[in-house]
Design a protein around this ligand. Structure first.
Ligand code: IMP
Length: 196
């Protein structure tokens, strides 16, 4: 599909993130489309804002301009229905402070445990405006912490299309069949390669 070597080079992208799990998930999904990614490990600048698109776009623009290469930045959040979407764009701070135990405490005795993850991928080339792609996965917050795979809120999130296991009980390949990040990455890959 890609006609020449120059086109092939265009497939080489940098994923700017300090999170190794995110990088590995994105690498696996994008490789299915023949897109090779390199890890730009350096700490990215992350602003606080009310929506993930703004956060990811800002970081992608800064990283692309600083390193002079096309960059992907992904930002995600967990939105819990009973808590009116909390922690949402504040997921990182909430995870660092109260963590999974804190979320389970907030939901103690609560029947409605519906929640979703949202992922936003921002792609930016140096000097250009970022473009964003989103992905969602719906599910419930488990009653207890289960599993040691993945990261963050994975051990308390059961995707509704799954078999009752939390993301924390799934290996990377299984999480990637259902995850918000995989869905955003697929949208990006199709756009990037011009596939419908
Ligand atoms: P960020 O995208 O790195 O800002 O993530 C915000 C917070 O949500 C962090 O605490 C992450 O650990 C958590 N998080 C992001 N994506 C996922 C995921 O795929 N599974 C579980 N937790 C996640």
């Amino acid at each position: 599909m890609l006609k020449n070597a120059k086109d092939k080079d265009k497939r080489k992208l940098h994923v700017a993130t300090g999170n190794k799990h995110k990088f590995m998930e994105l690498r696996e999904i994008l490789s299915r489309f023949g897109i090779n990614v390199e890890w730009l490990k350096s700490k990215i600048i992350e602003i606080q804002a009310d929506d993930l698109e703004t956060i990811a776009s800002f970081s992608a623009r800064v990283a692309a301009n600083e390193y002079g290469v096309p960059v992907i930045v992904e930002d995600a959040g967990l939105f819990i229905e009973e808590l009116k979407g909390f922690p949402g764009p504040y997921s990182s701070y909430v995870f660092k402070t109260i963590g999974n135990e804190g979320i389970l405490k907030l939901l103690k005795g609560v029947k409605n445990r519906r929640a979703y993850f949202k992922s936003v991928i921002a792609y930016c080339e140096p000097g250009n405006n970022p473009i964003t792609f989103d992905g969602y996965v719906y599910g419930v917050i488990s009653e207890e912490i289960r599993g040691s795979h993945g990261f963050g809120y994975d051990p308390i999130f059961c995707p509704e299309e799954g078999d009752g296991r939390t993301f924390g009980e799934m290996i990377l390949h299984e999480k990637n069949k259902l995850s918000h990040r995989a869905r955003a990455a697929e949208k990006f890959a199709r756009w990037f390669l011009g596939i419908k």
